[in-house]
Ligand binder design. Structure first.
Ligand SMILES: Nc1ncnc2c1ncn2[C@@H]1O[C@H](COP(=O)(O)OP(=O)(O)O)[C@@H](O)[C@H]1O
Ligand SMILES: CC(=O)OP(=O)(O)O
Ligand SMILES: [Mg+2]
Length: 334
């Protein structure tokens, strides 16, 4: 087993790479949701031995699985819980099967990293009959990014992964904050779905459930679902598309709405980071990853103002979900 084609359909981008033993041989990023690099371009890097596809929702699966028709069917069941991401991963699989019919596909899940959450963090305070009947719990997402950040942070600190107490903030189009201790997730801001937690490019993060009940009486359910997934968060607040480049440009041009959007984003992010700290015995590292962490240093300085009490300086690490997926795929197939 050597070359793994990794496919990561995120909410604002499709990222594709070919990885061989931890080295990236080629990478492609498409901001167009329906884009896909030309398979011939991928083949030009050399033949691939396996394909890894990111699925944000894997249900209760604790690790990656070889994707056969039964698994695909089961993952389809989870579409209502991850409506932005799951359909895209499923349609990517259909296309990939066409292009590479003989290459095994492994599904790698955001949720797997969080399956060991302690009950205090994973249980919703609703009637226990609802919890049992609907299989409701905090699943948590961005786990592939967290696993990669844990590995790089452990290397930086010269420790084993199990010896690191850290907070991982994934700042992409989706945003999450995860407390990691003993090599596993002990609390995380995303919940039953990736709508929860910190405001994101187009999603609101945590809302008063009473507000949702109120809105559900005023707005048809489909419009509400669309508004919460695609028109809330930074986009909804600022009137831009929610990409922080655009929000910050609007703020620089004097937009009061964009100014409030950034304030809300940073306030809620700091609040979530402070909350994550309470799940850890100590804090070795505050790690920031994802497109915003990698490309918006000025905003990170604004974020750090007010977090001095944590006693650590934030460190930035690239969100190499593809390296984690390639690793998981090799382990699964070997
Ligand atoms: N080259 C860049 N310069 C500035 N900001 C960037 C750049 N690339 C990405 N970003 C920021 O990162 C965000 C997208 O993060 P990313 O991790 O790529 O998203 P996702 O994986 O969720 O699609 C955008 O909101 C944008 O503000
Ligand atoms: C789970 C999630 O929101 O992922 P992304 O940030 O890649 O859209
Ligand atoms: Mg992403």
């Amino acid at each position: 087993m050597s070359r793994v084609l990794t496919v990561n359909p995120g909410s604002s981008s499709l990222k594709v790479s070919v990885v061989d033993a931890g080295t990236t041989l080629g990478e492609w990023a498409e901001s167009d949701w329906d884009g896909m690099p030309d398979p011939a371009e991928v083949e030009a890097v050399g033949p691939v031995d396996a394909i890894a596809v990111r699925f944000v929702h894997g249900g209760d699966r604790t690790g990656p699985v070889v994707l056969d028709e039964a698994v695909a069917q089961d993952l389809r069941r989870l579409v209502p819980m991850a409506p932005i991401h799951q359909p895209r991963s499923l349609s990517m699989v259909r296309a990939l099967r066409n292009w590479w019919p003989d290459v095994p596909i492994v599904a790698c899940f955001d949720t797997s990293f969080h399956t060991g959450l302690p009950p205090a963090a994973s249980t919703y305070p609703i009637p226990v009959e609802w919890t049992r009947k609907f299989g409701v719990r905090r699943y948590g997402f961005h786990g592939l990014s967290c696993a990669n950040a844990l590995r790089t942070t452990a290397e930086t600190l010269g420790r084993r992964a199990g010896e690191v107490a850290m907070i991982c903030c994934h700042l992409g189009s989706g945003v999450s904050v995860t407390a990691i201790d003993g090599g596993r997730s002990v609390d995380t801001s995303m919940g039953f779905t990736p709508l929860d937690g910190v405001p994101m490019a187009t999603r609101p993060g945590a809302l008063d459930p009473g507000l949702l009940l109120y809105l559900a009486r005023e707005i048809p359910l489909e419009a509400l679902e669309d508004g919460l997934n695609h028109h809330s968060g930074l986009a909804g607040l600022s009137g831009t598309n929610g990409d922080l480049r655009e929000v910050l440009a609007a703020r620089a041009q004097g937009s009061a709405d964009a100014d409030v959007a950034v304030r809300v984003y940073l306030h809620r992010l700091r609040r979530e980071i402070a909350a994550a700290r309470t799940s850890l015995p100590r804090l070795d590292a505050l790690v920031l990853t994802g497109g915003v962490a990698e490309h918006q240093p000025g905003l990170l300085d604004e974020l750090a103002t007010g977090l001095e009490f944590l006693g650590v300086d934030p460190i930035v690490t690239p969100a190499r979900e593809d390296l984690e997926m390639a690793r998981q795929t090799e382990e699964t197939l070997n």
